[in-house]
Design a protein around this ligand. Sequence first.
Ligand code: WTA
Length: 655
Amino acid sequence: MATEAQSSFDILLAEDRVYPPPPGFAAQASVNDPQIYAEADKDFEGFWAKHAESLDWFQKWDTVLEWDVPWAKWFTGGKINASYNCLDRHLADKGTKQAIIWEGEFGEQKTYTYTELHAEVCKFANVLKGLGLQTGDRVAIYMGMVPELPIALLASARIGCPHSVVFGGFSPDSLSDRINDAEAKVLITQDGSFRRGSVVPLKQNADEAVKKTPSIEHVVVLRRAGDKAQIQMQEGRDLWWHDLMKDASPDCPAEQLDSEHMLYILYTSGTTGKPKGIVHTTAGYLLQTMLTTKWVFDLKDDDIYWCTADIGWVTGHSYIVYGPMANGATCLMYEGAPDYPDKDRFWDIVQRHKVTILYTAPTSIRTFMKWGTEYPERHDLSSLRVLGTVGEPINPEAWMWYNQYIGHGKSPIVDTWWQTETGAIMITPLPGITETIPGSATVPFPGISASIVDENGKDIEPGAAAGYLCLNRPWPSMFRTIFNDPDRYVQTYWSKFPGRYFTGDGAKQMNNGYYAIIGRVDDVLNVSGHRIGTWEVESALVDSGDVAEAAVVGTEDVITGQAIAAFVTLKTGIEGTEDERQKLKQHVAKKIGAIARPKQIIFTADLPKTRSAKIMRRLLRDVAAGRVLGDTTTLADPAVVNELKEQYEQMGAAE
Ligand code: WTA
């Protein structure tokens, strides 16, 4: 267990610092009766079924839940379409309502009403059909934050083609691995996207990737960067988005799909091996993203809702596209960086668009804290009424800063815990009901059951020790399997504590039953809210050709939460110079993506191992954190650690 994280956490988590819903908030909130928890608990299937009625079905389900541990099927017998639920059903009474307000990094604005978005989605769905795609075929998407990205998602969903979105910051190798695993037939990308004023060469990366992906028949290219991107189109394979859309028909009825039809695959890092293709299906996912968006953010018809995540991650899937749009919300989308052209860009956007709900990540909040209060103070943020966070534990100082300088004490903060695997929010306050405590995600959403268990799977009482966070019963938006690897699904998530889902997180229940999430207990790092497997970084280091062996651990970082430290043993004849260090960092960034670039590389002649040859990560974490070293009695060669410590101290002076 991550005991060191836990102790610093305890000091800050003051249980007496309780924030009830701000005055007047509860009275206007769409859910404000605490009875909702008991009601949902009494019959969780009935609870979900009741709310499933508010989706539009082509055919109603026969059975709410088929649960053959760990295989779940929700709403079997039902026929439904996610794109239809996000678009068509709003046309009659919300046709002229804005669905997307998009702002480009250079300040360009583009808006789509629900009617306009529907037409674009139908046209693009016909384009995909025209490329020969049939229900069930996979579509890979590698784009920046442009409105065509949600259009591509909803068009794929419309014709029953599962999408696999790959974050635009990933490398060509990461892209080709994901395309190959999903055997996607079409790749949708753009010439380039903008980040801090410069071009991210998406098409060039896609070209690199597609050299290694035999399944790809066509690459659809959106023009965004124009003259600023150097690209080549390969005759026959590559097609311009705008050419294809020119004559596409806006008439494309949504396919009537089974409730359990695969909606998408999204790859995420695990403890070992390549990233896992997390599979989400249609009806249950749509239900839980819809209901959580509505309740957790107290979403109303006139809200301007802004989730700052990238659609390359699950937060963007669930809380920019499917959840808000299933509710017919107005979603703001911003293309670029928070400090472009200046560090007040977010607050400028909030003021100009009168954003009412803001959902962002703790790492961003810590960055804003570092930049200083002058930036939010330049703007009128009085439109804001609900603030959310997701992706990593929020430290109480950042929570308080968010509350004071962004919410001005009048907007409840919802700290939402969930995962790519859970599909939707699982542990969270409801802003009209829950008294919040900075640093705690509070309690499971109605219908969800969680617990903290010890190594033997025994429940740990509230107020006692930290343990493993588990979920006790199926939930509608749960992932159904790992694409192409059902055994890994069973092994990774359902075997450690039979009958329960193991989240991979360590957590603690406070005396009042609230959950405080401590962080991952497996070999997965969380850097700026992004999951990175230590194994992936280690393989990239070894792949450089210069490295004999590498071990990667997370260190604490005030901005990014965790940072990557790599202990590296070089091959004989390669010297551990500063140039070599830079070369290796560069290699990892090229191999995986910039988010995986190690912050520190420590060269060492040996790695500390147990007598059974297991790398002692705990010791490495201690070394990297500059802490007093833990127990070394089981170590094969204790001298290694002292040497490492020396190396590390020397390097610390150098960096
Ligand atoms: C962490 C992101 C503490 C956690 C939606 C989880 C959090 C992992 C919180 C999932 C939170 C997410 N408090 N930790 N509110 N939200 N996490 O799959 O370790 O990218 O297991 O999904 O992020 O990351 P993922």
